[in-house]
Design a binder for this molecule. Structure first.
Ligand code: MN
Length: 497
């Protein structure tokens, strides 16, 4: 599992030099106490790096210059303990390249009614200083997040943690390319997109790697290695009886073990975070990677089928945001509806490639034919997804811009066995209800591919979209399709600029 402590969040506390050294020292002492507490609270997964109190335009600009160049800096948190005139911040903010959180809090929780005097008022001035600071963010149209509340309150800390995780995903996306094995599935529209714009907006490097490079690595991996990996499978999952003895089914599982190793070797050698495959380009591989993709997603890699690099990178981003949070995250696809009145639900799945992190109970390795692609029968993990609240997120390219769409759903227990459908699957009820959610998703242009997560909420994706400078559309309990249609028109005016 990824450790988010490697990401630094610079804590820049603003003041000014009019107050004198004694006040500035108090500001610094308070900021130190806050930074130490933040670093000891698991709600804040990153490392808070406290910086010297920012009191002049030159020093403020210097801090932002340093942050831009700092390899581990994933974001900047600002807070004005006292008043800090905002014209001093313009140069620094204008050159800043890191995600911003404007923390609006006050060191003292309560007003000391009997003791309060003008010294106290001048020191505990966030109510006033943070409004000056917020104005300049609004004036400069900066895409930051404002998180307000008492700094020891767990809800405020949770909100800071969400932003930290989104910023970690953004930093990771800039450092972890996606490897595309083969191109997009022929004639499919939604998996296409502007890879240059993706790199400009998200930092994602999206490049193609020959299937021949992968298949020649695959051919070099010996049976002994595959058998060792099979022992790991046997320890982690249930194996179908035919897979426990020599024969065609066990051979199919061992082939997936070799594919898993070959893909992982290439991901590691390129320091990549995500990959895509396509069943139309498997030359030199015996099967469509199934179990291999499921295992690599479980290890934290992003994945997209049929060459879908947008959802692959979004799955990776979600995996980073969800690191250490209870629940699972997977590549997903809307497959089939259940339209019985009162029990409407969506059956989500894919041909094979669903991450076992979302499983309810122990997944089972099975080998079955695949009716597409013309290759050998692939091994895959079969399971039902755990019930509970979840979100679906997708990313589309509208030609002029990217749009992220998120739908809140409730995953339910699958009561009816489906013995003839040997794939991993999830059954969910979308909010506000199936028909309105489907209408809302479709008028927004949402694809059949998405990222599914029981670990994350819409807030993570919203923060990530905002810091990436892209449009965000939410479909939840309060969604009215008519209202959304209007919102989409207004968004054209804002985003279509
Ligand atoms: Mn698909």
């Amino acid at each position: 599992m990824m450790n988010l402590k490697k990401f630094e969040y610079w804590f820049i506390v603003g003041s000014q030099d009019l107050y004198g050294d004694e006040t500035i020292k108090l500001v610094a002492d308070h900021a130190r106490i806050m930074a130490d507490e933040f670093n000891n609270d698991p709600l804040l997964p990153g490392t808070v790096a406290l910086k010297p109190v920012a009191i002049t335009p030159e020093k403020i600009r210097g801090l932002f210059e340093e942050a831009n160049a700092a390899a581990h800096c994933a974001g900047i948190m600002t807070w004005m303990h006292t008043f800090s005139p905002s014209k001093m911040w313009i140069q620094g903010l204008a050159m800043n390249r890191k995600p911003l959180l404007h923390l609006h809090t006050q060191f003292n929780r309560d007003i000391p009614w009997a003791a309060i005097d003008m010294d106290f008022m001048n020191l505990n001035q966030s109510a006033h200083g943070d409004r000056e600071h917020g104005y300049i963010h609004a004036r400069m149209k900066l895409p930051g997040k404002v998180a307000a509340g008492f700094w020891q309150d767990s809800e405020l800390r949770r909100r800071i943690g969400v932003w930290m995780r989104a910023a970690a995903a953004r930093k990771d996306g800039q450092d972890s390319p996606v490897l595309r094995f083969g191109d997009n599935m022929r004639e499919v529209a939604v998996t296409e997109g502007d890879k240059i714009e993706a790199q400009i907006k998200f930092g994602w490097q999206v490049n193609t790697w020959g299937i021949g490079d992968l298949s020649s690595r695959y051919a070099k991996i010996d049976n002994g290695h595959a058998e060792k990996l099979a022992e790991e499978y046997a320890a982690m999952y249930e194996l179908a009886p035919a897979l426990k003895q020599p024969g065609a089914a066990r051979t199919a599982m061992l082939e997936q073990a070799k594919i898993e190793t070959a893909i992982e070797e290439m991901l590691l050698s390129e320091n990549a975070g995500a990959f895509t495959t396509t069943f139309q380009d498997l030359h030199g591989l015996p099967q469509l990677p199934g179990l291999a993709c499921q295992r690599l997603m479980e290890k934290g890699y992003g994945f997209g089928a049929e060459g879908d690099w947008k959802q692959s990178m979004l799955t990776r981003a979600a995996k980073v945001m969800a690191a250490g949070i209870l629940g699972g995250t997977s590549f997903m696809e809307d497959y089939t509806y259940h339209l019985e009145p009162g029990k409407e639900a969506v059956l989500g799945s894919h041909m094979l490639e669903i991450c076992p992190s979302i499983a309810d109970g122990k997944p089972r390795v099975e080998v079955h034919p695949l009716s597409i692609g013309g290759k050998a029968d692939p091994a895959r993990l079969v399971f039902d997804a755990a019930p509970g609240p979840a979100v679906l997120a997708t990313l589309i390219d509208l030609g002029s811009r990217f749009r992220m769409i998120v739908n809140e759903v409730e995953t339910v227990k699958i009561e009816n066995p489906m013995p003839k459908l040997p794939v991993a699957r999830a059954l969910w009820k979308p909010y506000p209800n199936l028909s309105a959610a489907a209408e809302a998703w479709i008028i927004s242009g949402g694809t059949h591919h998405s990222v599914y997560s029981t670990a994350l909420t819409q807030e993570y994706f919203r923060d990530y979209a905002r810091m990436s400078g892209i449009e965000f559309v939410l479909i939840d309990k309060n969604t009215s399709v008519n209202r959304l249609q209007d919102e989409l028109h207004w968004n054209e005016a804002y985003w279509g600029r």
